[in-house]
Design a protein around this ligand. Structure first.
Ligand SMILES: C[S@@+](CC[C@H](N)C(=O)[O-])C[C@H]1O[C@@H](n2cnc3c(N)ncnc32)[C@H](O)[C@@H]1O
Length: 291
């Protein structure tokens, strides 16, 4: 397994969710009160100042994107629970995802947080430092997808995962960091993780050639690519809609829905003071039929 420092992009994503929580009006799109506690800032003002100094903050509604993508995954998991009793939630590349600490007791479920070992250990240290308890229905599973993609399900099973029950995966802000080959293997493992229905919400970064970026966002994309490379977490995989369909079908998914930024704006942001979000990424909701 490759050693690496704790993910800086995971900290940036959590900072954006914290900014949404600190700045936006009620009701929040995502009530992520945990994010600010896990990050290493003395005060909320320090956190906001660091966010404002980052290039991505210049994109209108940038912090909304991070609140919206988690909210969508959590809403879809809740629907899957109500619809077909889905009670296993697997967060792939969990970073500082806080579903488990905010909502573990919303309904009966087992939550698995999967991440690179160094990022996972850093998060566990931060949780301990903040005095936030690990709920009894949460399991931490350390995996490096570039090296062990084939053993994702084995690693889950070793922690009590039931391959006969429905499962929901959330993979947000992760696909762009993986090689296409690793992503394909991972999607195959996800689609065959259970004999019952497997559902996935994945964020994909859209290729510039898709022509969805205008003016400041197009310029910003260049800066974002440079920034992630500088953090040693470069974006390397971009997927448009037809490529996504092909890759998901090949992996074994039967149903694929594209949730574009315009759909997310209608669903979660319409009528809010800050009703913008960047168009750089889009969400995919996919599922297998299951037994
Ligand atoms: C941008 S962060 C997103 C974190 C979280 N999903 C969120 O939305 O806040 C990317 C996450 O993917 C994880 N990741 C990237 N490459 C990985 C790999 N090869 N194996 C395991 N985890 C990886 C990082 O450790 C990090 O937690």
């Amino acid at each position: 397994m490759t050693s690496r420092p704790p993910s800086q992009t995971a900290q940036s994503a959590a900072r954006s969710r914290a900014v949404h929580w600190l700045r936006e009006e009620e009701p929040k799109v995502l009530n992520d009160w945990v994010a600010a506690k896990l990050l290493d800032y003395e005060t909320p003002e320090d956190l906001l100042a660091a966010y404002d100094a980052a290039p991505s903050a210049r994109l209108p509604g940038a912090s909304n994107l991070f609140a919206v993508r988690n909210r969508y995954a959590e809403d879809e998991f809740q629907k899957a629970h109500a619809d077909h009793g889905c009670d296993q939630y697997v967060v792939i590349g969990a970073g500082l995802d806080s579903f488990a600490y905010r909502r573990a007791d919303s309904f009966p479920c087992t939550i698995y947080e999967i991440d690179h070992p160094s990022s996972q250990q850093w998060k566990r240290d931060r949780l301990a430092h903040a005095g936030i308890a690990c709920p009894a229905n949460l399991c931490y599973v350390a995996v490096d997808f570039e090296e062990q993609e084939a053993s994702l399900v084995a690693a889950l099973e070793a922690n009590g995962f039931d391959r006969t029950r429905p499962v929901f995966f959330a993979m947000l802000g992760v696909s762009q960091y993986l090689t296409l080959a690793s992503l394909k293997s991972l999607l195959k493992a996800i689609a065959s993780a259970s004999s019952a229905r497997c559902t996935l919400v994945m964020e994909r970064v859209r290729p510039i050639e898709e022509g969805h970026l205008e003016g400041p966002e197009a310029e910003m994309m260049e800066r974002l690519l440079a920034a992630t490379t500088k953090m040693a977490e470069p974006w390397i995989t971009f997927l448009d809609e037809p490529q996504t369909d092909a890759v998901f079908r090949e992996a074994g998914f039967d149903s694929i829905h594209h949730e574009l930024p315009s759909d997310s704006i209608r669903r979660y942001l319409q009528g809010r003071k800050n009703d913008q979000m960047p168009k750089v990424a889009a969400l995919v909701l996919a599922s297998t039929r299951g037994a």
